[in-house]
Design a protein around this ligand. Structure first.
Ligand code: PMP
Length: 306
């Protein structure tokens, strides 16, 4: 997806013009993928932009950094304020927000200098992630033959830059085969997640989603969907899902900051339910759209007003 530049990028505490936000080609994180990042969205509300669950995203960034032995040089509160200021100065009514912590220029090697942590935050307008057709009719998924990163290879619960070659291989393969996205399996054939979104399915009236122990990123939108579902009186179960169980689901959807809540129309050419957007999926999508745009007071706590 092409980037649309905005005026400023935050780099190590300074607001730098977009075109000048550069790093050296010998930045170790570019070579070895040792970096952690977040994806966050701000939405337009009646009283200006609001960042959705900003504090939870910053907390996950810090968790990811801990897994990778990186100490972030800024406090959570400083990072929250930096994001809010950046959205404000860039004049974006709604946008995607990308903080990243990486290892700066100076030393090189597979075990680089972990004290050289640098950070930047960028924002840009970003529309529908899987496309408008996937939004309205549901996305078409294929199970990837690339296995999801595991806790013995690259820790899946940390959002690390290098880990995303795993997601990217699956996503590129799925797209080239004509699908919207890939579902990735664990070593023992359980569904972990899509390339950059968590999976839910509805079966027998229960909403089911894989547990964190099955190698998923603990998605913040996943937590949002679980909260909504429980508040609506649905039973939500976190348990392993064998590959073929999703073939016989009544409904399925993906959750993610970029993807939001997207219906799944089919998996491996098997229509999910009757192949149309299910009632529970529709209800959760509607609630999500209202909450992020400040139209539902019950979840106001999740909005960080710019
Ligand atoms: N899984 C992976 C691998 C992801 O990259 C993402 C996107 N961050 C998600 C799940 C969804 O997480 P969230 O809802 O926090 O964006």
């Amino acid at each position: 997806m092409p980037l649309t530049p905005t005026p400023f990028i935050w780099m190590d505490g300074e607001l730098v013009p977009w075109d000048e936000a550069q790093v050296h080609v010998l930045t170790p994180s570019l070579h070895y993928g040792w970096g952690v990042y977040e994806g966050i969205r701000a939405y337009e509300t009646e009283t200006g932009p609001a960042v959705f669950r900003l504090r939870e995203h910053i907390a996950r960034l810090r968790d990811s950094a801990r897994v990778y032995l990186m100490e972030l040089p800024w406090t959570d509160e400083e990072l929250v304020q930096a994001v809010l200021e950046l959205v404000r100065v860039n004049g974006q009514p709604s946008c995607y927000i990308r903080p990243i912590a990486y290892l700066g220029y100076g030393e090189m090697g597979v075990a680089p200098n972990l004290d050289a942590v640098r950070m930047s935050i960028a924002v840009w307008p970003w529309g529908s992630y899987l496309g408008d057709k996937a939004e309205s009719e549901g996305c078409r998924l294929i199970v990837s033959n690339w296995q999801r990163n595991s806790n013995q290879t690259v820790p899946p619960l940390a959002k690390a830059t290098g880990a995303y070659v795993n997601s990217a291989l699956a996503k590129v393969g799925a797209q080239r085969a004509g699908y919207d996205d890939a579902l990735m399996l664990t070593a023992n054939g359980h569904i972990a997640e899509a390339s950059a979104a968590n999976l839910f399915m509805l079966r027998g009236g229960e909403l089911v989603t894989p547990p964190v122990s099955d190698g998923i990123l603990p998605g913040i939108t996943r937590d949002t969907a679980i909260t909504f579902a429980r508040d609506l009186g649905l039973t939500v179960v976190e348990r392993s899902i064998p590959r073929s169980e999703v073939y016989i689901a009544d409904e399925a959807f993906l959750t993610g900051t970029a993807a939001e809540i997207v219906p799944v129309a089919s998996v491996d050419e098997r229509p999910v339910g009757d192949g149309r957007v299910g009632a529970v999926t529709k209800e959760l999508r509607g609630l999500f759209q209202d909450v992020v745009r400040g139209r539902n007071q019950a979840y106001e706590r999740w909005l960080e007003r710019v």
